[in-house]
Design a protein around this ligand. Structure first.
Ligand code: KIV
Length: 280
């Protein structure tokens, strides 16, 4: 899929399903599962780099992770999910020149075909306009925008009529500036639904109800791998618990028997031998 295909998908009424990936392994899982869009989201700052917020991740790190994600894709190029990389905090807020340099590096140094950035203030809209006119497809992101955590927190956004109107204006401005799609995070479902009908570009929701043109989730949250998940993204399986139990069971079985361990009737240790690695 190409960025320009997103609008066609909306027009055809086919939902757009987007998942995050952060390395070759997670990318291969999403590709094999059939995701349409692979987002190298800056949530990787928290999910895999262990930061408390998304703010510390650097442009170089985002490019490195996007390169790793691309290495995990196996299908012929035309059948691969659309690869999008988040522009990290402070790689586009200082103006359009800085944004073109950052997004240009993403497209030059990785296989990403588009970038995503957060916000809809006039300065950000001007950046989107400049990026798009430079040939760089842009996905917008409004509502809960984690790069603004110190101003907005992780609360649900656009809860009153005034902030809903502000968000609607920003969405229209981002569309006019040339965004190819818009992520709406943690906003009321009726606002997302009405924007879906008002905008020609797809509205891709997370915590924004079902009345969207598509949905996006942080893959590690869906798999239950993160220590806790946001309320709007419940896990599909207890991945973390399954992994810990499997590892604990291997560690237990692999530990050499200690003096004093009880023996079985035939004199062998009670713990089974560790399974041998397939390449041994
Ligand atoms: O960084 C991210 O994973 C995101 C998604 C939540 C949309 O921006």
């Amino acid at each position: 899929m190409r960025p320009g295909d997103l609008v066609a998908r909306k027009q055809a009424g086919q939902p757009i399903l987007m998942l995050t990936a952060w390395d070759a392994l997670s990318a291969s899982l999403v590709e094999e599962a059939g995701g349409d869009v692979l987002l190298v989201g800056d949530s990787l700052a928290m999910v895999v780099l262990g930061h408390a917020t998304t703010l510390p991740v650097t442009l170089a790190e985002m490019i490195g992770h996007t390169q790793a994600v691309a290495r995990g894709l196996r299908r012929p190029l035309a059948q691969q999910p659309l690869l999008i990389c988040d522009l990290p905090f402070l790689s586009y807020q200082c103006g359009s020149d800085q944004a073109v340099a950052a997004a240009g590096r993403v497209l030059k140094e990785s296989a990403a075909a588009a970038v995503k950035l957060e916000g809809g203030e006039p300065e950000t809209v001007a950046v989107v306009d400049r990026l798009v006119r430079s040939g760089i497809p842009v996905m917008g992101h409004l509502g809960l925008t984690p790069q603004s955590v110190h101003r907005l927190g992780y609360r649900r956004q656009a809860r009153d009529p005034i902030s809903q109107e502000r968000l609607r204006r920003q969405a229209l401005d981002l569309e006019a500036a040339g965004c190819c799609a818009l992520v709406l995070e943690h906003v009321p479902a009726d606002l997302a639904g009405s924007l879906r009908r008002q905008l020609a570009i797809p509205v891709i929701g997370i915590g924004a109800g079902d009345d969207c043109d598509g949905q996006v989730r942080v893959t590690a949250d869906l798999l239950g791998l993160t220590p806790s998940q946001p309320p709007f993204s419940p896990p599909l399986l207890a991945g973390r618990q399954l992994c810990v139990e499997a590892l604990r069971s291997w560690l237990h079985s692999a530990a050499p028997p200690q003096e004093g361990d009880p023996l079985q009737a035939d004199g062998s240790p009670t713990r089974p031998a560790a399974p041998s690695a397939p390449h041994c």
